[in-house]
Structure formats: structure tokens, C-alpha cells
Design a protein around this ligand. Sequence first.
Ligand code: CO8
Length: 268
Amino acid sequence: MNTVTTQETEARPAEVLVEHPSPGVVLVRINRPEARNALSMPLRRRLADVFREFEDDPSVRAVVLTGTQRTFAAGADINSMIGVSAVEMYRRHTERLWAAVGRFSRPVIAAVNGHALGGGLELAMNADIIIAGEGVRLGQPEVRLGILPGAGGTQRLLRAVGKFQAMRLCLTGVSITAHEAYEIGLVSQVVPDNEVETGAVAMAAEIAALPAVAVEQIKEIIQLGADASLETALALERKALHILFSTKDKEEGLRAFAEKRAPAFIGE
Ligand code: CO8
């Protein structure tokens, strides 16, 4: 039985804000600054619902996932795990909530300020691109609480930065700077703190204007290919390329280049 109290079952709407900063781009803001954007169960459910709604809306071409100025997210809500049994944790099925973000079909850019710790870093790693402010601290401190990065952290870190950095971060719980994270391949870009959000929106807008089917296919094959053999992944890549040869945007893109004019993509 799920033991989440009635009070905890619904996130206040203001804890997950949706903004529309540019055509085709939605910005999702985690807004629980008083708890450093700790990811309570209601907040995570709301976040998953928002992404599921976007999945049904073709006008959403790219998503920026961000927090507040001081924090992206300080992890799972520690209070929601105190006194909780293994069966209760199992029955929360939080993997379904993360999947709504991780398997979203269009690009997700995490715009990270302040802290991305524990479940906060795990959430950021569900994005496709991570833009971090210079002052950011990232880490998997769960071991210091007697638990472990159980929302994908051990495995996503391993795949992102390799065994030896993943082991160091998970086994010591140390948090690292944005520049260190960049050096080990954990973030895509480091920018001044006050340019994180604008930079992420600009990149999302750029992607949103590109041929939609090509963008989705690229995301899908990079995601699937990471866990497939090279031969299988290369075959997937070829199949995806062949699919693009039936799109109008492919013809437009190639012809526009040949005719030395700007392409007018229609997303088909
Ligand atoms: N959960 C609950 N409350 C939190 C959390 C959190 N993760 N982080 C901060 N808060 C609360 C504090 O308790 C405090 O509340 P109050 O004002 O009522 O005392 C408030 O937020 C402000 O916190 P601080 O005073 O500590 O703020 P600072 O700016 O000084 O420090 C830090 C910010 C560095 C982010 C600090 O708050 C911190 O270290 N937080 C905890 C980080 C952490 O350990 N994260 C890992 C959590 S466990 C986890 O993510 C498990 C994921 C895997 C399991 C998933 C299963 C689904």
C-alpha cells in the first residue's frame, strides 16, 4: 500500500511551472525553493504529468527543464524516505515518473543553477543536453545518507563519464564544480550563472526550428544506440536516415542549400 499521506498526494501547482519563452519551446520550472527544489513524490508526479501532456502536443518541439536561481534540485525529498519500508519504496514505482522525462521523444535541455545533487543530478541526466552555470555543484551524495543513487544515478553516470569517475562520485558522495563536470563529460556546456536559462532557451529555439522528424530520429538513435552493439546501432542509424528520405523537410533542406537560399522547414 502506498503510504504517502493525503497532504502529500498533490503538488501545489506552483511547484511545477510551465512557461512558453519561444515558439515551439516550453520551459518547465521546478519551483520549491524553500526546500531547495527537493523532489517530493507529488512534485515528481506533477513533473511526469506535464511531460506526458507535452508528448501529446506536437507543437512542443523542445523542452527546457530548470529550477530556480539558487538550485536546480537538491535531490529526492529526504523527509519522504524516513521510516519508509522496502515494499513502500517499491510500490512508489518512481521509475515510471522518471521515464516520462527520460523517454520524452523530443530534446530536453536541463538548465542547471546552484545544485544538482542526488535525485536532482539523476533528473538532469534524464535530459539530452545539460547547460550548467559556473557556480553549480553536482554530485551523488546518497551514500552519505546510507542509501544509493537509486533513480538511475549509478547507471547513467557510468554511461556518461565511465567507471572510474562514476565510482568516485557515487562511492565518496563528493560534489564537483561545473568546470570539473565539463571536463569529465557530465555537462554539455558551462556558462555564467545568469546566462544559463537564456542560453538553454536559445539552444532550444534553435533546435525547435530544425526539421522535426530529423531531430526526433537523432535523439532516438543516440539513446537506443548507447545500449546496443555497434553493428545494431549503425543499422538503426541507417534505417533512421532512410526514414528521413521520405520527409518534405529533407527535400527542402537539400534544395535550399543547392539554390543558396534559407530553408523553410514544415516539420513533415
Ligand atoms: N530533501 C528535503 N529537504 C531538503 C533537501 C532534500 N533533499 N535539501 C534541502 N532541503 C531543505 C532543508 O531541510 C531546509 O529546510 P528547513 O528550512 O525547513 O530547515 C531547506 O531545504 C534549505 O536547506 P539548507 O538550509 O540546507 O540550504 P543550503 O542552501 O544551506 O544548502 C544544499 C543547500 C547544499 C542543497 C543542502 O540543502 C543539501 O545538502 N541538501 C541535501 C542534498 C542531498 O543529500 N541530496 C540527496 C537526497 S537523497 C536522493 O536524492 C535519493 C535519490 C535516489 C532515490 C530515489 C528513489 C526514488
